[in-house]
Design a protein around this ligand. Structure first.
Ligand code: GDP
Ligand code: MG
Length: 439
């Protein structure tokens, strides 16, 4: 046991802080995850570099590998970067609140207009939807149909009036009828073009909206960054709606949109139905983007199980060579609480370095050790020297735990060796608790 401890300690030596060297694999994983989630390359580079800088030199949590912990830091940072959850829609001091929808064709603007109106209706905010997509007659019909479906009025003037004029008249109509919020649906092109931007800018200048929401199709992928940049620069957006998240996209566009515009994603669209609108939750999105649910679960588990205060206290004891069998047992149970070692390793894709043979041996040894400690009296656990000096005590423990006297003796001598090793470590400049002490 002492030898193993020594080995474990050697591995941990110099790894009590997160360093460039001990997170290389994790860094690669994270980059790969972000790119395969279709986060824009530039955004990935900046994000990863930022997190690396923050993480460098952070203390490693006992029992958690530095690279695993780094992934947790990435996750936390991702949640942070993506902003607050559930950011509500603006509300103007004097009604109506004006919301302008912007985005490319087919991204889901018209659908989102109706979804938003239905959502606001639930908050007792009455809505008027304005149809300004005069380029496709079907677009006006689409909004009218949706309006009938959810019982919300639609303002339209056919296809012969200028969209800017329609928007202004729509807002005037909303004022007259005392509506709380006007949502202006607009036309989009398949690609950004100058005419579309000019028209959108004109509508914006004339109606002075409280919100300009960029509707982004989550499947846009890498392009989401450029798209957001252009709309934000030329029109100025106050938020975004990310649609079609019910598809199998990992949603990397969320990070791109947020990083590039600095504006919050306010809602996500999760289906074709008008009810399929949800508030934006950065934590869910971060898990989805990283696609590392299992690893995160592992790190969180470790964090939960390891009571930092307890660990600090134990470390103190170790350094003073007061560490006794009770502490040892506690530490072993900590390990066991985290699930079997094998299960633990399986949670780390491509990261478990122990062979199943080694694992089995390790687990078997843990069980034996626990049985022997369980047969000790409280006094014996506190004072291992009692055992070293008394064959009759050792015999009793051997019988009680179903092990041989030799095994009990060897546990005691290993424990004693370990304790003096710890004492040496305490006298060296090395701090830190070898969290996997039972291995
Ligand atoms: P617009 O051209 O921007 O107005 O886009 P539309 O609102 O007409 O939507 C284009 C297509 O995307 C339609 O077939 C919608 O049903 C579909 N759509 C919109 N939002 C979502 C969504 O959140 N999930 C799914 N699966 N489809 C959506
Ligand atoms: Mg439309």
């Amino acid at each position: 046991l002492a030898e193993r401890l020594e080995d474990a300690w050697k591995k941990l030596r110099g790894q009590d802080k997160i360093s460039q060297a001990n997170i290389q694999d994790a860094l690669k994983e994270v980059r790969r995850a972000l790119l395969s989630a279709d986060v824009n390359l530039q955004v990935v580079k900046k994000f990863v570099a930022d997190v690396e800088t923050t993480a460098m030199g952070a203390d490693v949590i006992a029992g958690v590998r530095p690279d695993q912990q780094f992934i947790k830091i990435v996750y936390d940072e991702l949640v942070q970067v993506m902003g607050e959850s559930n950011v509500p829609l603006a509300k103007a001091d004097t009604s109506p609140t004006i919301v302008l929808m912007a985005g490319l064709q087919g991204t889901g603007k018209t659908t989102a207009t109706a979804k938003l109106a239905l959502h606001l209706g639930k908050e007792n905010r009455s809505c008027l939807m304005v149809a300004t997509d005069v380029y496709r007659p079907a677009a006006i019909d689409q909004l009218v149909t949706l309006g009938e479906q959810i019982n919300i009025p639609v303002f339209e003037m056919g296809t012969d009036t200028n969209p800017v004029e329609i928007a202004c008249q729509g807002v005037a109509h909303a004022k007259e009828t005392g509506v709380d919020t006007v949502i202006i649906d607009t036309a989009g092109r398949l690609q950004i073009d100058a005419e579309m931007m000019a028209e959108l800018a004109q509508i914006k200048d004339n109606v002075k909206p409280d919100e300009v929401l960029l509707v982004v199709d989550a499947m846009t992928g890498q392009e989401a960054a450029t798209l957001t940049h252009t709309f934000n620069q030329q029109i100025g957006i106050t938020g975004a709606i990310l649609t079609k998240l019910d598809g199998d996209t990992r949603g990397g566009a969320a990070l791109s949109v947020r990083q590039v515009s600095g504006q919050p994603i306010k809602f996500v669209g999760v289906g074709e139905k008008v009810e399929a609108l949800q508030p934006f939750y950065p934590d869910r999105m971060a898990s989805r983007i990283l696609g590392m649910g299992d690893v995160l679960t592992l790190v969180e588990k470790a964090q939960e199980e390891i009571d930092m205060a307890d660990a600090a206290q134990m470390q103190e004891k170790m350094l003073n060579a007061q560490f006794d069998f009770s502490d040892f047992l506690k530490q072993m149970r900590l390990l066991k609480n985290m699930g079997s070692l094998g299960g633990l390793m399986k949670l780390m894709p491509g990261m478990g370095k122990l062979s199943s043979d080694q694992l089995e041996k390790g687990e078997g040894k843990l069980k034996q050790t626990e049985a022997m400690i369980n047969s000790m009296t409280a006094e014996e656990r506190r004072n291992p020297d009692l055992l070293a000096g008394s064959p009759s005590r050792r015999r009793r423990i051997a019988r009680g735990s179903g092990h041989s006297e030799r095994e009990v003796s060897s546990l005691i001598s290993e424990f004693t060796k370990m304790r003096s090793l710890m004492k040496q470590m305490g006298q060296g400049q090395m701090g830190g608790l070898p969290g996997m002490g039972g291995m």
